[in-house]
Design a protein around this ligand. Structure first.
Ligand code: ADP
Ligand code: MG
Length: 693
């Protein structure tokens, strides 16, 4: 139940003075249907009306607030001419101009002989000062007067600024005195105001600084918002963990064999990730752990070794991959290791049919398969495990929550590992994956050579073609990525198809093409030929972005690199440099480049660190875009900005973790106040997870 103190804020906006049904529809467009939505609508600018010169001092073009006497009205002789009102002070005259004016309105607003404060832009009309449609006309004797600093709100057609201003002021008047949900010492240390003072400052700013993201009031509200989000996530994380899981804590004989079978030694980062996973597996809580590691950081080995713990305990593991190719790649690399270690592994994809499929399912059911790798086919209803104890999701962003849950539901209290190579900045990961425990593999296996990355204008295409012909002659392979664009309205040919034709003309059937409009089976067939070395040059759209390993591919050409996002370019580049040969990435661009594109290409040349690239991406693009593409269903942020408030986000995460550790049912006085905070930012779903009563 929503705390009663919040009821005034959750009322309909029509309950606000001055917002009738007609205006409500418009206000709703800008803010939302509830008073709280209006209250949480931030001004994006502040008009400074503190400049109060005499008429003679008011410079043309300036925004000025003048105290004048209304001298006389000059109604238009014909309707299409403006209504003029001549005013003055002791230093000079100014003419107010009204088009399509209602004379009765002007008569009441500006009675002849009266003193008025007017505010607006000073225009020049052949040497004389005038002001067209003043923003404000007020009686100096009237209460309230004119704000020195006026908040400017987002608007929509038909909604006058004055209505939005009145609505927000009315919403502000409704705001109840809130109990403090933040830690007093934290507020003091940051010099943050209390909530009521903060929200007042936003709607009654005393300078433009008051509404900047760095101001104390905005930071306070941003922190409230971030804490609400992090607290909700922490509560979800806790509830999920408390859902009973299983304890897998074997002596470790199988792990030992698997480690011995691996053709390499684990990196420190891999070993560390495995240790964290082992702790989770051993605990009776349910594990939901994110393993985040850049392309090529070696997540597959970690996944396999994790599975050995579960398998040694007699349970099974499922590894879900987003594509057939990836599933096959996994089974290819893992089969020899599994065979040596004595792990029985199998693959199940959409290609398995009939008798063969039935046999695979039988073995699974009979516990003759320990590790089943597969695509979405794993989720099919008739896929029955004897005892599924661990679910591993590879390239997790390719799957929805429901698909993950459907696979987990085939087990009994199954633990879960989700893996991703999508570099998300650390700050955003807190939000994107805040409901999971996270492990980062921040180190790559030794011996990887940096990919020689160069940017060059598309005009140098001939040189590039020449260079790749030498690469192909050496028996090495090349990726050539084109953006998704239609070259012509009449012939719907993609840039990739066009380039394919061109290069096929030069290199013949060593060239293959994959693009998004091919069927999955067609794509797989081409990729498979490339993988096996039958093709030397693969022209592709971004369908090759995810996970595929072709150690013999040493060059990545990206055409129109300026059209790709930073993270995407990084992912694409990650396709090469996976073997021991030196690799290069050629970023072909079509000039002139704008600043952002220039910055992107520069960063790529500077670093291969996915986390650093992700941080830069956040800076260049803003969080909305990043999360929008990486993950959906995020709450829109009202006050916080991930690009600016990273520090606050980290503090909120720690704070939330501590709160949930100490007061998981939100029962202390602070806990009670925090419940209000969760409702305030509509994160109250999490409250349902608290123990009733
Ligand atoms: P990703 O994290 O992108 O899924 P993979 O698991 O596919 O990466 O690993 C990339 C490559 O690195 C594979 O060829 C794998 O065999 C190799 N690899 C993984 N771990 C190590 C290691 N510790 N030392 C050397 N090579 C490794
Ligand atoms: Mg992988």
């Amino acid at each position: 139940m929503r705390p009663a103190i919040l009821n005034p804020l959750f009322a309909d906006i029509t309950s606000l003075k001055g917002v009738g049904p007609r205006l409500a529809a418009l206000v709703q467009k800008v803010s939302g249907a509830r008073v709280i939505d209006v209250l949480f609508t931030r001004p994006h600018a502040v008009i400074d009306r503190s400049f109060r010169p005499k008429i003679a001092e008011a410079a043309i073009g300036s925004l000025a607030t003048l105290e004048v006497t209304v001298d006389r009205h000059d109604p238009p002789p014909v309707k299409r001419l403006p209504y003029r009102v001549i005013c003055s002070d002791e230093t000079g005259f100014i003419t107010l101009i009204f088009f399509n004016a209602r004379p009765d309105y002007i008569a009441t607003a500006l009675p002849e002989g009266a003193k008025r404060i007017i505010s607006g832009r000073i225009d020049d009309y052949s040497g004389a000062r005038q002001m067209t449609h003043p923003d404000h006309i007020v009686d100096p004797a009237a209460a309230g007067g004119l704000p020195l600093f006026e908040p400017v709100y987002p608007l929509t057609a038909g909604l006058p600024p004055s209505v939005m201003r009145k609505a927000t002021q009315a919403a502000l008047a409704r705001a109840p005195q809130m109990p403090e949900w933040q830690d007093a010492a934290f507020l003091r240390a940051n010099a943050f105001p209390n909530w009521n003072a903060a929200i007042s400052a936003v709607h009654a700013p005393r300078s433009a600084l008051d509404i900047s993201p760095q101001s104390a009031p905005i930071q306070r509200l941003a922190y409230d918002e971030l804490l609400a989000n992090q607290l909700a996530l922490a509560l979800i994380r806790r509830a999920r963990k408390k859902a009973a899981g299983r304890s897998f804590a074997p002596p470790g004989a199988l792990r030992k064999k698997a480690l011995a079978a691996l053709p390499f030694k684990l990196t420190g980062a891999q070993a560390n990730a495995l240790k964290e996973i082992d702790t989770d597996l051993a605990s009776p809580d349910r594990m939901v752990r994110l393993v985040q590691g850049d392309v090529g950081s070696g997540k597959t080995a970690v996944a396999f070794l994790a599975a050995t713990a579960v398998i040694e305990c007699g349970a099974q593991t499922a590894l879900l991959a987003p594509t057939e190719i990836l599933a096959r790649q996994h089974i290819e690399t893992l089969s020899p290791i599994a065979a040596k270690a004595g792990v029985r592994i199998d693959i199940l994809t959409g290609r398995d049919k009939g008798q063969a499929r039935a046999e695979k399912l039988r073995r699974l059911k009979a516990r003759e398969t320990d590790l089943l790798i597969g695509t979405h086919a794993l989720i099919q209803e008739d896929v029955d495990f004897a005892d599924l104890g661990l679910v591993i999701i590879d390239e997790q962003h390719r799957f929805g929550v429901n698909q993950r849950a459907a696979l987990a539901a085939k087990g009994w209290r199954a633990d879960m590992i989700v893996m991703t190579a999508t570099p998300i900045p650390r700050t955003l990961a807190l939000t994107a994956y805040g409901d999971m425990d996270a492990t980062a593999i921040g180190e790559k296996p030794p011996g990887r050579k940096p990919v020689d990355t160069r940017a060059m204008p598309i005009e140098r295409l001939d040189e590039v073609v020449e260079a790749i012909s030498r690469v192909i002659a050496r028996g090495e392979q090349v990726y050539w990525v084109c953006p998704l664009v239609e070259e012509s309205d009449l012939i719907p040919m993609t840039a990739a198809e066009e380039r394919y034709k061109h290069l096929f003309g030069l290199f013949g059937d060593k060239v293959g093409l994959v693009h998004g409009r091919m069927s999955a089976a067609e794509k797989d067939a081409v990729m498979e030929r490339f993988h096996r070395g039958a093709l030397s040059l693969l022209i592709a759209t971004t369908v090759i972005e995810v996970g595929v390993n072709a150690p013999n591919a040493v060059v990545m050409v990206i055409e129109h690199a300026e059209r790709f996002g930073l993270a995407q370019l990084h992912q694409l580049r990650g396709r090469v440099g996976r073997g021991d040969k030196p690799a290069s990435c050629l970023l072909l661009y079509k000039g002139p480049l704008n600043d952002t594109a220039t910055a992107r290409l520069k960063i790529l040349r500077e670093t291969e660190d996915g986390f650093r690239i992700a941080e830069e991406d956040l800076r260049l693009r803003g969080a909305g875009d990043l999360l929008g593409s990486a993950q959906s269903g995020f709450p829109r942020l009202l006050f916080a900005d991930y690009a600016v408030h990273g520090e606050l986000l980290r503090a909120a995460k720690d704070d939330a973790t501590m709160i949930v550790d100490r007061d998981h049912d939100l029962k202390t006085p602070r806990g009670e106040a925090l419940r209000i905070l969760l409702y305030l930012f509509s994160r109250d779903d999490a409250i349902k997870l608290l123990r009733a009563g």
